[in-house]
Unconditional design. Structure first.
Length: 119
């Protein structure tokens, strides 16, 4: 049975109200808290708006790849090999299936995301 796609319009992803998810699991510094508005999910592709308050945490992508466009905030994301990515408004980034790294958020970070299941 085919999935029927439905549109979900967000007038301004920079200011739309998000739901509190809770403390970021695995935080290694600070007390980061996540917020989320999922705008689409068909079981293979999901999209939405995500926000996280300052702190640091490890991250990994297993079985998914993700495209992110950052709307506000200030952070650095390091790949497992030490490659540094400075993140701020207007930055766009793709992380592939199998990616590992860590995030350090200095100023509350907001992004739009599209995640595709690869397995």
């Amino acid at each position: 049975m085919a999935t029927v796609a439905r549109s979900h319009h967000v007038e301004d992803a920079r200011s739309v109200e998000l739901e509190r998810v809770g403390p970021k699991a695995g935080a290694t510094a600070g007390e980061p808290v996540e917020y989320l508005l999922q705008t689409y999910d068909d079981g293979t592709v999901s999209a939405g708006v995500w926000e996280c308050t300052p702190g640091a945490f490890p991250s990994r992508r297993d079985g998914i790849c993700e495209h992110m466009t950052f709307l506000s905030g200030d952070a650095t994301i390091w790949d497992e090999d030490g490659t540094e990515h400075r993140i701020g408004p207007g930055t766009s980034m793709v992380v592939a299936d199998g990616w590992r790294g860590r995030w350090e958020i200095r100023e509350t970070l907001r992004k739009t995301y599209t995640i595709v299941k690869t397995r």
